[in-house]
Design a protein. Structure first.
Length: 278
């Protein structure tokens, strides 16, 4: 047995655990203990165990704040996330399938515009003007269209790379058997895209759910609040309730954390499968 290699591997594992603990676990632990404190203790910003453990009371107060506005915010975030991700997956898969199978000059031009969409920043004022003309400003459908427009290019890149690993002979065999192009896509290609689709669903869901800026610009108003915008409720110019603020952070962190824990293997599989051909 190579003891030098064995101990070097152990040290790498220990160093990795320390880095993960410092970057992820320590901040979350600070959020947890602060959310369990009284307002006076939380205002001191000390990394100490609370003298009086009030985590559940603080969470209950956060949920009841503003006539239980948190439930409305979570529902709006759920509708926004599900609607946006559904359109991103369907449109992204269709466009990626066409671009990968055609691979001609038209596909190259479309790919160039797609890459430009990844690089160029979004224009807020023209987008607001366009949504106002369409009657979609300050509405969830309007914000869903904005999220889809910003997330579609990344989805196409991931799905197109994965479709490249699917033999074209499968399409040709299905067409010979009498299948239409849409049947080929939905019955043969789309089921094979499951790892990549899971990757798009999870990464896009976390990004859209945690989005703070776009709802602030395109969905203003008390009734249009999303989960991230509820953080404003406990911050003011003169006083801040840091115990409730961090309790709010815990509440809105739970859904994406649960999703990541359930789908982390599929995320890794989807990220790596498109890069390997064989």
């Amino acid at each position: 047995m190579n003891w030098r290699k064995f101990f070097s591997t152990i040290w790498i594992d220990i160093l990795t655990f320390i880095v993960i603990a410092i970057v992820f676990l320590v901040p979350f632990a600070f959020i947890f203990v602060t959310a369990a404190k009284t307002p006076a203790e939380a205002s001191q910003f000390q990394f100490t165990w609370p003298a009086q453990f009030r985590l559940f009371e603080n969470i209950a107060e956060v949920m009841a704040f503003g006539n239980y506005r948190m439930f409305l915010a979570l529902w709006n975030s759920f509708v926004l996330t599900v609607g946006s991700v559904t359109l991103i997956v369907l449109l992204g898969a269709l466009v990626a399938y066409v671009l990968q199978r055609r691979n001609d000059r038209t596909a190259a031009v479309v790919s160039s515009f797609m890459l430009a969409g990844l690089v160029l920043p979004p224009s807020v004022v023209p987008t607001i003007f366009l949504l106002q003309r369409l009657g979609l400003y300050k509405t969830l459908p309007g914000l869903i269209l904005v999220e889809v427009a910003l997330g579609l290019a990344f989805a196409i890149l991931i799905l197109r790379a994965f479709i490249g690993t699917i033999p074209k002979e499968l399409d040709e065999a299905a067409i010979v058997d009498g299948a239409s192009p849409l049947q080929v896509f939905f019955r043969i290609v789309l089921p094979l895209l499951r790892p990549a689709v899971v990757t798009i669903v999870v990464t896009s869901s976390v990004g859209i759910y945690n989005d703070f800026v776009l709802p602030l610009y395109f969905l203003p108003g008390a009734q249009n609040v999303t989960a991230q915008l509820t953080l404003y409720s406990f911050i003011s110019q003169f006083t801040s309730q840091y115990n409730l603020l961090f309790a709010n952070v815990i509440v809105i962190t739970i859904p994406p954390l649960i999703m990541f824990l359930f789908f982390q293997r599929q995320i890794v599989a989807g990220m790596t499968s498109g890069a390997v051909k064989g």
